[in-house]
Design a protein around this ligand. Structure first.
Ligand SMILES: [Zn+2]
Ligand SMILES: [Zn+2]
Length: 134
């Protein structure tokens, strides 16, 4: 399967447990199946993808789903200081995260990075507690 961003072949990070998780060696983006993504989110005390909010950006040119060859939908979230977005395929439910996921060298690292991403996306990123008097 090719990266929707760069068109180069993505690498499977894990194939057991029917987990669909692929990484692009070129841009560092991750592709994950929506049911696998929801399982990860719930395991990490986050709501499912639909409950995380975000706004569909109809103007975005987000490329095509490599499997279905339909245009991906750009969903924007985060907050004003840290806008974030992901792309999703309405046909197969695949989700493409177009960021550099440096630690996602295996499925575990990728899951950690995905959870971090969606914490930020939903605005639930842990804010550093202000140290009194510092
Ligand atoms: Zn790529
Ligand atoms: Zn698709």
């Amino acid at each position: 399967m090719d990266c929707p961003g760069c068109g180069v072949e993505m690498v499977d990070l894990k194939k057991e447990d029917d987990l669909t998780l692929r990484k692009c060696g070129e841009c560092g983006g991750l592709w994950v199946d929506v049911s696998d993504l929801n399982r990860m989110l719930l395991h990490n005390n986050l709501p499912g993808l639909e409950a995380l909010g975000g706004k569909i950006d109809p103007e975005a040119d987000s490329g095509q789903c490599p499997d279905c060859l339909v245009d991906l939908l750009r969903v924007a979230g985060g907050d004003r200081a840290h806008p974030m977005s992901y792309d999703t395929c309405e046909s197969c439910g695949g989700v493409f995260l177009e960021s550099e996921f440096k630690e996602a060298t295996d499925a575990k690292g990728a899951e950690r990075e995905i959870i971090e991403f969606f914490r930020g996306f939903s605005g639930k990123a842990k804010k550093k507690a202000a140290v009194a008097g510092a």
